[in-house]
Every structure is written in C-alpha cells, then in structure tokens.
Design a binder for this molecule. Structure first.
Ligand code: ZN
Length: 243
C-alpha cells in the first residue's frame, strides 16, 4: 500500500477569500480528497507546521510526495529540501504541480532556473497528450481543455525531459511543455503544469485522473538498492604474463 504525502504552502488559502471559496480545505485537502476517494493512503503537510510537516520520519514513510507552492518558496528550509532530495534519489516519487516549478526542490533536482513566461488573463488552455502510450495518460482523450487558466509559456528553462507527456496551447498563442518526467537516482519525478489557485482546476475529473495515474507511475519499485564503490570480481581474473 502506497503512502502519499500532499504538501502545500497553504498561504493563498489564508490570504485570498476567492481561493478559500474554491478550496475550502486548501489545495492540499482537495488533492488528498480525490486520492483518498481512490483508496490511496494519503496525508497532508503544510509550510507552517513543525518542519513543514516533513520530519525525517514522515519522509521516510512517504512513497510519493506531491508539491504545491508559490508565494513562499524561500521560506522552505534548505535542510528539509536536502532531506527531500535524498529521499527522491533513494526512490521516493515526486510530483511537482504548477508554480512548484520555482520550488527549491524542483530547481535543485533540475539544475536550471526553471524560469518561464506567465500571464493571468482567464484564457483557455488545451493540454495535448503527446505521448499516447504513457501510463500517465491512461483514460485521457486527445487533449483536456481548461476553460480558464493562468498562461505559462516557453521558453521553460528545464533540462530536456526524459519523457514529454503533455504539451499545452494557450488562447493567447503560447505553448508550454506541461507534463514532463525525469528519473534521478532511483527516483521518478513528474512535473504537471495546471493548477493556478484562483481556478477550480483540481476539481476537474481529467486533472484528478492524471494526478492519480502519476502517483502510480512515480511510485518506487521493489528491489535492493544498487551497490557502489570498490568491487570484488564476480568471475576469476587470469594472471597475465609480464612482458
Ligand atoms: Zn499560478
């Protein structure tokens, strides 16, 4: 049974009544809710909790961490970011949502600025499936349409994704690599773009399905950890004649 932790900075929900109306239990509560409805063991953690709700024990018990942040990336403790990164390299799955592109953990794992263009103009986003055999798109049609979303545009300063799963088109003309997978160490990472806080994006069944699929895809696999360093030969090595 997978253990999922949904982390949210949870600041917009406190500062903006519009966001509170859309997500009365917070964005973390909404995401945890539709994962729990699928029978997944899910807990939440937020920035203002002790150790941001991500003690070493919580991280040790977490198979898949989902991350939503925006206003307060700088307030996330560097030591906790290091602990998360260590767990990802050990095999913990990581799903980074929307403005999490600028989180310390995502930037650290990518090694680039993760900068992009953006605009808030209530425009339509069409999220196209560009990898139709990928497990993350199971149950999803040719594209999903979000009537109103924030625009994120290229260039998105990320390393070339290992797999590009979704490509978004926006009403204003921009495009964006909105579903990207990476494998780092033993861990799998999925970045998924939609989810601006003033739109009900995480209430959309297609978006929920994609996140549910992604949880299964990034989940760790069962096998012994790789062994590194100086190694004894497996086969007998013949002594060579000196010339
Ligand atoms: Zn946003």
């Amino acid at each position: 049974m997978l253990n999922i932790t949904v982390w949210n900075e949870n600041r917009h929900e406190q500062n903006n009544p519009k966001v509170r109306d859309i997500y009365p239990n917070g964005i973390h509560g909404a995401i945890a809710g539709f994962l729990q409805d699928e029978g997944l063991k899910t807990r939440t953690a937020t920035l203002d909790e002790e150790a941001h709700g991500l003690s070493e024990q919580v991280l040790q018990e977490t198979d898949v961490l989902i991350w939503w942040g925006h206003l307060a990336h700088d307030e996330v403790d560097d030591l906790i970011v290091e602990n998360i990164k260590k767990r990802v390299l050990e095999g913990m799955g990581l799903i980074v949502l929307h403005s999490g592109h600028h989180s310390k953990i995502f930037r650290s794992l990518m090694g680039t600025t993760c900068d992009l263009k953006w605009r808030e103009a209530d425009e339509t986003e069409r999220v196209w499936v560009v990898d139709p055999s990928h497990p993350i798109v199971e149950g999803i049609g040719e594209y999903i349409e979000l009537e109103k979303e924030e625009m994120y545009g290229e260039h998105f300063d990320i390393p070339a994704p290992d797999q590009l799963v979704f490509l978004s088109w926006f009403e204003g003309g921009e495009v964006f690599r909105s579903g990207c997978t990476y494998q780092r160490g033993q861990g799998k990472i999925f970045y998924f773009r939609p989810g601006h806080e003033t739109y009900p994006t995480y209430h959309q069944p297609d978006v929920q399905r994609i996140i549910q699929n992604a949880v299964q895809w990034v989940a760790p696999i069962e096998r012994p950890a790789p062994v590194y360093g100086n190694a004894q030969p497996i086969e007998h090595i013949k002594v060579k004649q000196q010339d």
